[in-house]
Design a protein around this ligand. Structure first.
Ligand code: PMT
Length: 224
C-alpha cells in the first residue's frame, strides 16, 4: 500500500463518545474511550496527512501534528465537523449518541419528596454526522464505523448503504477485548460491492496503521 498518497490531504476524524446533558450535573453517554479514533489520527499524521480530530470528552493526549477540537454533544460535534470542512476524507470513529434529552433542565432535577416515583425522560433523535457530511455536494471520501453486538456484517452493510459510504469498519463490540475502551481491536472492512477484508486482533495502533494504508489504496483508486 502507498500511504504517501494521503500526504497533504485533509483528513477529518471523529473520536470518543458524546455527552448529552440531562441537567447541569447529569448526562447520557457511552463507554467509548477515543483510543481507536486517536490511533487513526496518529497514523494519518504519520503518513503526512493534515488531520483534524473532533473528539468528545476523552482522557487522551493529542497526537503530534494533529489539530484537535474538543466537543461534548452530538450537535456540537456536527457543528465542529461542518466548521472543519472541506476535507478530502472523513473517518467517523466516534460513538455518537443517537438520542438526546428533548430539553436540558436548567437546574438539577429533584426527586419528588415523599414518593417513590420514577422519572420519564423524553429523548429526541440526534443528527447523523456521517450521513450529513456524506450528503454534501463537497462530499469527502467517507469511512464509517459500525459498532455492533449481533449480526455484525449485515448491520454494518446496511449502515454503509444507508449512509452512502465508501467503506465501513465493522467492530464486534460484544467481545470486550476488541471493543469499547480495549487496547486491541479486530475489524472487518466492507466496501459498496460488499467485499470484506478482515484485520485480525492487534493493538489499536497497529489496526489504525493497517486501516490508513487500506483507506489510502481505495482513495487513490477512486482519484487516479
Ligand atoms: O473509542 P474506543 O474505546 O477506542 O472504542 C472504539 C469504538 C468501538 C467506539 C469504534 O471502533 C467504533 O466502532 N466506533 C463507532 C461507534 C458507533 O457508535 O457506531 P454506530 O454503529 O452507532 O454508528 C455508525 C457510524 O455512524 C459511525 O461511524 C458513527 O461515528 C456515525 N454516527 C452515528 C450516529 C450519529 N448520530 N452520527 C454519526 O456520525
Amino acid at each position: 500500500f502507498q500511504t504517501g498518497l494521503l500526504s497533504g490531504r485533509h483528513i477529518l476524524i471523529t473520536a470518543g463518545p458524546t455527552q448529552e446533558a440531562i441537567d447541569p450535573v447529569r448526562y447520557i453517554s457511552n463507554h467509548s474511550s477515543g483510543k481507536m479514533g486517536f490511533a487513526l489520527a496518529e497514523a494519518a499524521a504519520e503518513v503526512g496527512a493534515r488531520v483534524t480530530l473532533v473528539c468528545g470528552p476523552v482522557h487522551l493526549p493529542t497526537p503530534d501534528r494533529v489539530t484537535r477540537v474538543d466537543v461534548l454533544s452530538a450537535c456540537d460535534m456536527l457543528a465542529a465537523c461542518e466548521a472543519a470542512m472541506p476535507c478530502d476524507l472523513l473517518i467517523a470513529a466516534a460513538a455518537v449518541a443517537d438520542y438526546r434529552p428533548e430539553a436540558i433542565a436548567p437546574h438539577k432535577l429533584k426527586k419528588n419528596p415523599g414518593t417513590e416515583d420514577g422519572l420519564v425522560l423524553q429523548l429526541v433523535r440526534n443528527p447523523d454526522i456521517l450521513a450529513t457530511l456524506s450528503a454534501r455536494p463537497d462530499r469527502p471520501f467517507c469511512v464509517g464505523f459500525a459498532a455492533e453486538t449481533q449480526n455484525l456484517i449485515a448491520y454494518a452493510t446496511r449502515k454503509l448503504l444507508d449512509k452512502n459510504l465508501d467503506l465501513i469498519v465493522a467492530n464486534d463490540v460484544a467481545d470486550p477485548s476488541i471493543g469499547f475502551n480495549s487496547e486491541d481491536n479486530s475489524v472487518t472492512v466492507i466496501d459498496p460491492q460488499q467485499h470484506s477484508t478482515r484485520f485480525s486482533q492487534a493493538s489499536k495502533g497497529l489496526i489504525a496503521r493497517q486501516l490508513i494504508a487500506f483507506i489510502a489504496a481505495r482513495y487513490h483508486h477512486l482519484h487516479i
